[in-house]
Write a protein that binds this ligand. Structure first.
Ligand code: AMP
Length: 401
């Protein structure tokens, strides 16, 4: 069902509550990478250019005790946002009460206000009460009472049911809309999973099979091929009776891997060869082996034949979704498989190419091919939930058109 978007809402003179994702790295009171703030600008600008009063909510990090609060204040974000927008941003250092309500009452059309970290609500009087993270019904109702309409542009938290996304939205029926970032995520991930141009190839990597079983299950019905790389490939090796040496294997997932292999037939594409190392270290002795991996050796990257095979599968694809690295790419000597796949995706200009997850995103950015891809998802966990075919509560709570 199509969802309301920010362009469907009345904005002129309205108090527009906005859930954005300002969960950025902050060191010594200064914002580091401000990508997420920059990504929220189009929706914020649209709201203020149309006479709305933008009241911004975001979480920052995790707050479990009172002492976590000072280091996780959003004040530095207000400063950076003010520089980026080239206009003042009022920062309110609390999440409820008269100070916040007065500040909102004093806003004029086009003003911007940032509320303190929503997770300050998770600790009250020293107790870990999880009012925000547990979607306390009173909190969502209170925040909703502060505005006229609601815009959710925080895809990264859409897989969570929190007061600042689901709570506010459910208390504003017919008035909760998606921002541009959210709309883009729904469009690209939604089309890729539910209505892909074929062939549709998924590339899954990363450490654990257990994290991605739901995704494999869902995509087996939808994708034409699923390429498996990274540490998770070796649990599949074990399921096939291929020797894995000291490679990463989840023993309790071998049976599930067997079931997936049975169901998948030739849909699942595993590495043919691997770069194996004698220890988990960038300076380890290495060699490339096909098939069986001897004891004392562990596979830390896919090998050159696997890279060629994967490229072969990818070259005619019309839709590609990639999540997770092909090896221990943090170590330069085991980054090649991940980088080669990232580089190749950048050449597939006829295909819709979508990357999700922190590591694969870092790889395509490092390679400078990010702008050649169709879409880089801003939410790792949220995009995986989407790929699993599960409903995202943050999106479900947005009003239908
Ligand atoms: P994930 O968070 O599940 O996407 O996994 C990412 C992590 O998987 C990265 O830190 C990689 O270093 C790790 N990884 C990828 N391939 C391997 C491998 N062959 N052996 C051990 N760890 C791996």
């Amino acid at each position: 069902m199509a969802k309301l978007t920010v362009e469907d809402l009345p904005l002129e003179g309205k108090k527009v509550l906005m859930r954005v994702d300002f969960n950025v790295p902050i060191k010594d009171g200064v914002v580091g990478d401000d990508n997420r703030i920059v990504a929220a600008l189009p929706t914020i600008k649209y709201v203020i250019d149309h006479g709305g009063r933008a009241i911004l909510f975001s979480h920052l990090g995790r707050i479990k005790k009172e002492e976590d609060k000072p280091g996780l204040s959003l004040r530095p974000v207000a400063e950076r946002l003010s520089n980026l927008l080239n206009k003042p941003v009022t920062f309110v250092p609390v999440t409820e009460g008269k100070q916040l309500e007065d500040a909102i009452d004093n806003m004029k059309n086009g003003d911007v206000l940032l509320v303190q970290n929503t997770r300050y609500e998770d600790v009250k009087d020293g107790e870990y009460v999880k009012r925000e993270s547990g979607n306390d019904p009173e909190l969502g109702k209170y925040w909703a009472s502060l505005g006229d309409v609601f815009v959710n542009d925080a895809f990264g938290t859409a897989h969570r049911k929190h007061a600042s996304n689901v709570g506010i939205a459910t208390n504003m029926p017919g008035k909760a809309a998606a921002g541009y970032l959210m709309e883009k995520e729904i469009k690209f991930l939604g089309d890729a999973v539910d209505n892909p141009e074929r062939p549709f190839v998924a590339i899954l990597g990363g450490a654990k099979v257990s994290d991605k079983i739901g995704v494999i299950d869902n995509l087996l019905d939808k994708a034409d091929k699923i390429i498996i790389g990274g540490g998770m490939a070796y649990t599949f090796y074990a399921a096939k009776g291929i020797k894995v040496g000291n490679s990463l294997v989840e023993k309790d997932k071998i049976d599930v891997a067997k079931q997936i292999l049975d169901k998948a037939g030739d849909k699942l594409v595993l590495p043919i060869d691997n770069v194996v190392a004698d220890k988990f270290n960038n300076d380890a002795d290495t060699k490339v082996v096909e098939g069986d991996i001897d004891d004392g050796w562990m596979a830390l990257d896919i090998g050159p034949k696997s890279v060629e095979e994967f490229k072969n599968v990818l070259k005619n694809a019309k839709t590609v979704v990639w999540n997770g690295p092909m090896g221990v790419f943090e170590m330069p000597n085991f980054a090649k498989g991940t980088l080669e796949i990232g580089k190749f995706l950048g050449t597939l200009t006829d295909a819709t190419t979508i990357v999700g997850g922190g590591d694969s995103t870092a790889a395509v950015k490092e390679l400078g091919v990010a702008d050649k891809l169709t879409h880089i998802s801003t939410g790792g966990g949220a995009s995986l939930t989407y790929l699993e075919g599960n409903e995202l509560p943050g999106i479900a709570a947005i009003s239908d058109k």
